[in-house]
Design a protein around this ligand. Structure first.
Ligand code: HEC
Ligand code: HEC
Length: 93
């Protein structure tokens, strides 16, 4: 027994600081991940109709008109990181 004293939790200054930090971390995680930082695939005639990785690489390979930057991931699904153009047709005209 503790002599009838209640150990009620009274939030103090340090608790407030701690809670503020927790809230900040949660907000950072929620809002920090909601937006992709990778460049979207442009919504143009070319990009709306390409369907295969080989096609992408014919322009974005080392010899293409717009090579991927050095150190770019080799392989992988392009659209996993670069969002599809809004009007992407999947090859259908
Ligand atoms: C016919 C050639 C060609 C093909 C095929 C092609 N691209 Fe592109 N792509 C370009 C050119 C040129 C640019 C840069 C000019 C522009 O912004 O439109 C570009 C820009 C991009 C960008 C943005 C880069 C930047 O600088 O903003 C991404 C991402 C991209 N392409 C991904 C893809 C993916 C994924 C595919 C396959 C689904 C693909 N491209 C197929 C020619 C092509
Ligand atoms: C694992 C994620 C990932 C995958 C998969 C991926 N990319 Fe990228 N790509 C990036 C990142 C990160 C960058 C550099 C940051 C930026 O500028 O978007 C980049 C940059 C690029 C750029 C240059 C953008 C510029 O600034 O000019 C092109 C073009 C490109 N990627 C094309 C492709 C193509 C084509 C594919 C599929 C074969 C592909 N990427 C797959 C993550 C990825």
């Amino acid at each position: 027994m503790n002599g009838g004293k209640t150990n009620a939790w009274r939030p103090g200054k340090r608790d407030a600081v701690f809670l503020a930090i927790v809230a900040a971390v949660i907000l950072l995680l929620v809002y920090g991940t909601s937006e992709r930082t990778t460049k979207a695939v442009p919504d143009d005639e070319t990009h709306r109709t390409v369907t295969s990785r080989d096609q992408c690489m014919s322009c974005h390979g080392a010899e293409g008109v717009r090579p991927q930057p050095a150190g770019h991931i080799q392989g992988g699904q392009c659209f996993q990181c670069h969002t599809q153009p809004r009007g992407w047709t999947g090859g259908k005209p």
